[in-house]
Structure formats: structure tokens, C-alpha cells
Design a protein around this ligand. Structure first.
Ligand SMILES: [Mn+2]
Length: 235
């Protein structure tokens, strides 16, 4: 079997269990980035460790659910497999969507913090044509080993209360112009906290994650709410 920890397999089961639920409800599923710990696609090569996941997405789509994907900072480097084969729609940047009367601003969220200047420079660099061309020319064994090393090094997604509050206060400031400018909802991932906040105009949603929160936003045609899969709906 593929080289994964017990925890990873358990999380995957919970996610697929959620997908079963979405297959029954129908609608559109928008995945807001960082679904993969690391995804880098080559002209003729895709990572095999996610094969069960690819299968689940195709199954979802076969049942009539549309699946959109907003690229995150762990999985930005996609090609035609992700863009054309796997998902109905892929966004390589923030996206504004109108559903009925409501306008959604959806961002993965990385690079939004005002003090994150060096990260924004790094982000620009690792998304540049030159960097991607260079990285793609490395053998996948090297590219993946390096990325896994970086990823494990930075694997501290459980933050202190103070840090989370600082992020939330900043995201309130960052989302305000969008919400004041006509968006009903500002949705961000990335920050590993699950928050639903009514703002002066509209609502700020920070989606949490599927590592410890198992949380998601659900729009019922009228309002967008944050849900917790394990607590609310797991049958
Ligand atoms: Mn992220």
C-alpha cells in the first residue's frame, strides 16, 4: 500500500465520507486549496499517492456534483490533469463568484497578512515561470523529496490562541474592503482556524481545515454557514 501514516488514512476516510454526503446533497463543491500536502505535476507524470482521491473526485462529478478548485500554496503547480481532467474548474488566484443574489469572494488566503512581505516575495518567486521551469526539469524523486522535507519542517498547523487572534483581527481588516465593496461573503482557507464572523457588511468565513477541524462552509441558497462535519453531520 502507499506510504502513508494511520492518521492520514483516517483523515482521508473522513473526507471520503463527507464526499458521500455531498454526492447525496448535490450542488457544487469548491475546494479552497492545500488539499494536497504537495502537488507538482509534470507533463507526463502525476503523483500516485493521491490516486484514491482522484477516484473520489471523478465519482463526485459523475454523480452530477460540480467540483471547483482554488489552488493553494501547497498545490499550486498543476497542469492539464488538474485543470482539465480532474476538476470542472480551477482558479489559480482569488475568485469572485455570484450565486443567485449573493457574491462570494474566495481566496486561499496566503499572502494576505500585511506583515507577510517576505512570504509574498517568496510566493511570487516560486510561482514564476523560471522557477517552475527549473523545478520541472528536476527528477520527481528530487523535487518531491525536497518538497516533503520543506513541508515536514513547516508542519506546525496548531497555533496559539494569541496567534490565531492576531490573524483573525488582520483578516477582519483585509476582508473589509471586499465586504464594503459589495461582496456578501469573504472566504479564506489556509489559516487553520474555523471562524464565522458577521461584519458590518457581509460575513467573513475562515474555513478551518481537514486536519483537526473537519469544517466547511455551506451555502443553502440563502446564507453561508460554517459547519463541522464530525460534530454536526457524520452518520
Ligand atoms: Mn495554505
Amino acid at each position: 500500500m502507499l506510504n502513508r501514516t494511520k492518521k492520514e488514512v483516517e483523515r482521508e476516510e473522513i473526507l471520503f465520507n463527507f464526499f458521500d454526503h455531498v454526492r447525496k446533497t448535490g450542488g457544487t463543491l469548491i475546494i479552497n486549496g492545500d488539499l494536497f500536502d504537495f502537488y507538482f505535476e509534470y507533463k507526463d507524470v502525476i503523483p500516485k499517492v493521491y490516486a484514491p482521491f482522484y477516484y473520489q473526485i471523478l465519482k463526485l462529478r459523475e454523480s452530477g456534483v460540480r467540483v471547483h478548485y482554488v489552488l493553494g500554496n501547497h498545490d499550486y503547480w498543476v497542469m492539464d490533469f488538474i485543470n482539465d481532467t480532474l476538476f470542472d474548474k480551477v482558479y489559480d488566484d482569488d475568485v469572485k463568484l455570484k450565486v443567485g443574489e449573493k457574491t462570494f469572494y474566495i481566496t486561499h488566503g496566503d499572502g494576505f497578512l500585511s506583515w507577510d512581505k517576505s512570504y509574498r516575495a517568496l510566493k511570487k518567486f516560486i510561482r514564476s515561470h523560471l522557477f517552475i521551469w527549473f523545478y520541472r526539469s528536476l527528477h520527481p524523486r528530487i523535487g518531491y523529496s525536497f518538497a516533503n522535507w520543506v513541508s515536514k519542517k513547516g508542519d506546525h498547523y496548531v497555533h496559539t490562541k494569541e496567534y490565531n487572534k492576531k490573524i483573525l483581527d488582520e483578516m477582519k481588516i483585509q476582508s473589509k474592503p471586499f465586504l464594503d465593496g459589495g461582496c456578501d461573503y469573504f472566504i479564506s482557507g489556509h489559516y487553520h482556524q474555523a471562524k464565522e464572523l458577521d461584519m458590518k457588511n457581509g460575513k467573513l468565513l475562515i474555513l478551518g481545515d481537514w486536519l483537526s477541524f473537519f469544517s466547511y462552509g455551506k451555502f443553502d441558497g440563502n446564507d453561508l454557514r460554517l459547519h463541522f462535519w464530525k460534530k454536526d453531520e457524520k452518520k
